[in-house]
Design a protein around this ligand. Structure first.
Ligand code: AMP
Ligand code: GLY
Length: 425
């Protein structure tokens, strides 16, 4: 059999989990990861092209005759990798830049939801700081201030009162803490409830959900401390049953896909719906144009089906109608081990020790911020590893994840022992 070359773009824990899923489900694949990390190097060939170097990636795909390119992170998608590959006739799974606006412009996403009747928090969009300040001064109680553009997950500020909201507007629009991402500001109504992440694989019309998950964004136990890129995640999530996922598919995903198609930017790829489960039902917090990280590190181990085949079909303009993935009824929980100081500044190049028997059928170690130094593995980022435990139920998955996380050693290693707390207490 001819082995096909797949190019996977990215270098985080999500991409390590994607590489592992491809290796398991399509073992014949010649897998190329750009730029990859020391974890993906064990599953395929890493190529030294940055994830946001769109021309470099076009060249790589052409030189390696990649039959399919799969994109992990949002930056290259927002930067037009989908369009660049389409122009060259190279099959790629992921949305065009116009479709990726669902993540790269919160103002666009909110307007789309308003016009398509998708449940979400009420909002106003501002380009003038004075008008934004006048708006928040007229309000009372909690409100959410968001930079409209990409801000690495840190552009949303939940404000408990008017003073905090004024400060947030100042920081985003005047001090430009998120740079140009804050030139446009979205001010939203505060929504109360538990969060849920649902990922759909979509061809632009049919939306197929994977297992739902929940991540923990706060640094400290009991969901305290600053927001991070994600300290852990788990699946399944209590209350997120088939009926709820179906409701989210019909009330959220399908109207969005129809709306995108009618605006001339059909949406193909992974659609990430971040939801608040409010007393009035699920409402959208945000969309992302990719899989979530660390959520992918629990969702993919619970996906038994090969995803390469449907991704390949979508990349070639085909449809997903009739395709149903085989999803595991078990549980998975990922604990993220981070560098001391994260999400603030942290050292890099710290030597890491991992026991040789750490990984097994029920424990997966995903590299996120590691590098290979002259004397072995060292830290190279804020989120260093995701340690996923797999079990029959969440308690078992949690036990396995936490026991393994405790065995990873590097100076400053920090992790939360309470991922999944609301389900397990
Ligand atoms: P976002 O960048 O839009 O995903 O927001 C980041 C985080 O801020 C979310 O995961 C929520 O925890 C919180 N958040 C965002 N929007 C709202 C809202 N309207 N009401 C309550 N919390 C929110
Ligand atoms: N875990 C949140 C994200 O991937 O955006």
């Amino acid at each position: 059999m001819n082995s096909k070359t797949i190019l996977l773009v990215g270098n985080g824990g999500r991409e390590h989990a994607m590489a592992a899923s491809i290796r398991t489900n399509a073992p014949e694949t010649d897998l190329l990861i750009a730029p990859g990390n020391p974890g993906t190097a064990r599953l395929g060939r890493n190529a030294a092209v940055a994830a946001d170097d769109v021309p470099g990636l076009v060249e790589l795909a052409r030189a390696e005759r990649a039959s399919l390119t799969i994109v992990g992170p949002e930056a290259p998608l927002a930067g037009g990798i989908g369009d660049a590959f389409a122009a060259e006739g190279l099959p790629l799974f992921g949305p065009s830049a116009a479709a990726a606006r669902i993540e790269s412009s919160k103002a666009f996403a909110k307007q789309l939801m308003l016009e398509e009747g998708v449940p979400t928090a009420g909002f106003e969009v501002f380009t003038d700081p004075e008008a934004a300040l006048a708006h928040v001064r007229a309000g009372s109680g909690p409100i959410v201030v968001k930079a409209s553009g990409l801000a690495a997950g840190k552009g949303a500020i939940v404000c408990l009162d008017r003073q905090e909201a004024e400060r947030a507007v100042q920081e985003v629009m005047v001090d430009r803490r998120f740079g140009a991402a804050g030139d446009k500001l979205v001010v939203e109504e505060f929504m109360d409830g538990e969060e849920l992440s649902v990922f759909f694989l979509t061809d632009g019309r049919t939306a197929v959900p994977l297992v739902p998950s929940r991540d923990h964004k706060r640094l400290l136990e009991d969901d305290l401390g600053p927001n991070t890129g994600g300290m852990g995640a788990y699946s399944p999530v209590g209350g997120a049953d088939m009926a709820l996922i179906d409701q989210i598919r019909t009330e959220v995903a399908e109207p969005v896909l129809a709306g995108m198609a009618s605006r001339g930017c059909p949406y193909r790829g992974f659609l990430y719906a971040g939801l608040m489960l409010t007393a009035d039902g699920p409402k959208v917090i945000e969309f992302n144009c990719r899989l979530g990280d660390p959520e992918a590190q629990v969702v993919l181990p619970l996906t038994r089906s090969d995803l390469v085949e449907p991704m390949d079909a979508v990349a070639r303009g085909g449809g997903l109608e009739g395709w149903t993935p085989d999803l595991s009824p078990g549980a998975a929980l990922v604990t993220v081990v981070v560098s001391g100081g994260y999400p603030g500044s942290y050292p890099k190049g710290i030597p890491i020790e991992i026991p040789a028997d750490l990984e097994g059928p029920t424990v997966r170690l995903y590299h996120a911020g590691t590098a290979m130094g002259p004397d072995g593995l060292v830290t190279a980022g804020g989120r260093v590893f995701g340690v996923t435990g797999i079990g029959a139920d969440l308690a078992e998955a949690a036990e396995r994840s936490r026991a393994a996380a405790a065995r990873i050693r590097f100076d400053g290693a920090t992790w939360r022992k309470d991922i999944g707390r609301s389900e397990l207490s």
